[in-house]
Design a binder for this molecule. Structure first.
Ligand code: UD1
Ligand code: PEP
Length: 429
């Protein structure tokens, strides 16, 4: 299995191009199941999750073709991809495919809306909590779907089509909001979703669905109104820049020091996290071409954070921020409210010399003078990259094992960081 080897201690200087957002690309690709026309997506990142979803969609009958120079396609540059689901050849999403990635469960919405049936394996994904699917089931049932769980599969039918309804999510869920948006777009009549997720990825999906002919208002607020339409057409749509990748590299610069332009990044997608970073003493400026992050030799202040649904501090940046706080001046409290088991990076950061104590859902981080390189391993995507950041600021050599987690969500990570002066390389097994 590949590993990442880092020799820490270098400051970061230069330009890091920000890729298209994984968490926007996945639901947008799934939306291609809603129409027999071509959905063209621009700025699709080259990531393991995207490739896996291409395979899953292919199983249902989605053809795809990639624009761009052939030599770029395999090297991992964001691309334009055309997805066409002329006909749905299979409404079953099997365990072997869905268990590898949580988001693949979301095909349940479009398959049910377009075909009146779906049989989708319960999902896998990052091991950061129990991650049930009750909200998807309740929401689709509110639209008139019949649902049973059989042998690890969610089996659903709506032979006469889905019917618009008012549904209030008992808890904010990004994935369940995506699925309800897609399903309700082809339902008969009006659907009103309350307590919906307000994440930029939800807005990106709603904008794309509207370009395909859907009638959705209010995406980006907690109440979304969808007037169902009989069919959707193709469209051309651009994926937003990845706000988690943006925040991750911003925290890397805050930790190592230096001056980096995060090219193509959009500050409005992560205002809360940028404000938190500014409070640590990191200089953040928005320019025409992206976000510039600077930190001199003065070190970072300790800041408390609590993860929350958007527009709050994102759970997907919690691990990276904890890495930063391990070298802060003083004590910070980091509270995780979204996932009940998202502290697996704590014991790995401790291998590098971090001083962190857990008190329920709160991590108390006492900043230390220096971290020292060590072999580490993480069991989820954002935890893995938090170890990369910590390794960049640690003395000596850090080896991050199980690199496949990083490949799920970070396009050309080693190249982007080494272009800015980091000593980082992939060691192929
Ligand atoms: C591919 C993708 O976009 N993944 C993101 C998405 O995951 P995902 O969409 O899976 O996360 P959700 O917003 O659904 O999860 C939020 C909370 O709701 C719970 N829940 C969710 C559904 C359900 O039916 N029942 C239930 O209890 C979850 O266990 C979790 O505790 O949003 C998360 C929260 O911002 C991010 O960390 C993930 O990176
Ligand atoms: C948790 C994540 O992904 P997933 O929902 O696919 O597990 C993530 O992107 O950080």
């Amino acid at each position: 299995m590949d590993r990442i080897r880092i020799r820490g201690g270098n400051v970061l200087n230069g330009i890091i191009p920000i890729s298209g957002a994984k968490n926007a690309a996945l639901p947008l690709m799934i939306a291609s199941l809603l129409t027999d026309d071509t959905l063209t997506l621009e700025n699709v990142p080259h990531l393991a999750d995207v490739e896996q979803l291409i395979r899953i969609l292919g199983n249902h009958g989605v053809d795809y073709s990639v624009n761009g120079r052939r030599e770029n396609q395999d090297k991992g540059y964001s691309r334009t991809i055309h997805f066409t689901a002329r006909s749905i050849v299979d409404t079953v999403a099997p365990y072997e495919l869905v268990s590898k990635m949580r988001a693949s469960f979301w095909v349940i919405g479009p398959l049910l809306a377009r075909m009146g049936e779906a049989r989708v394996s319960l999902p896998g994904g990052c091991a950061i909590g129990t991650r049930p699917v009750d909200l998807f089931i309740d929401g689709l049932m509110a639209l008139g779907a019949e649902i049973d769980i059989e042998n690890g599969y969610v089996v659903t039918k709506a032979r006469k089509g889905l019917i618009g309804a008012r549904y209030r999510f008992p808890k904010v869920s990004v994935g369940a909001t995506h699925v309800m948006l897609m399903a309700a777009s082809l339902a008969h009549g009006q659907t009103i979703l309350e307590n919906a997720a307000q994440e930029p990825e939800v807005v990106n999906l709603a904008d794309c669905l509207n370009a395909m002919g859907a009638k959705i208002r209010g995406a980006g607020t907690s109440t979304i109104v969808i007037d169902g339409v009989a069919s959707l057409s193709g469209a051309r749509h651009r994926i937003i820049p990845d706000r988690i990748e943006t925040g991750t590299y911003a925290m890397a610069v805050a930790m190592t020091g230096g001056d980096v332009l995060l090219e193509g990044a959009r500050a409005d997608l992560l205002e809360n996290a940028l404000q938190v970073l500014a409070r640590t003493g990191t200089e953040i400026t928005t320019t025409n071409s992206g976000i510039r992050v600077r930190r001199n030799g003065a070190g970072v202040e300790a800041v408390d954070v609590t993860t929350e649904p958007f527009p709050g501090f994102p759970t997907d940046l919690q691990a990276q921020f904890m890495a930063l706080m391990t070298k802060a001046k003083g004590k910070s409290r980091i509270t995780e409210t979204i996932f009940e088991n998202r502290f697996m990076h704590v014991q790995e950061l401790a291998r590098l010399g971090a001083n962190i104590k857990l008190d329920g859902q709160t991590a108390i981080v006492e900043g230390v003078e220096r971290l020292k390189g060590a072999p580490v391993m993480a069991t989820d995507l954002r935890a893995s990259v938090s170890l990369v950041i910590a390794g960049l600021a640690a003395e000596g050599e850090t080896t991050v094992n199980r690199v496949y987690h990083l490949d799920r969500g970070f396009e050309r990570l080693e190249e982007k960081l080494s272009n800015c002066g980091a000593e980082i390389e992939r060691i192929s097994a």
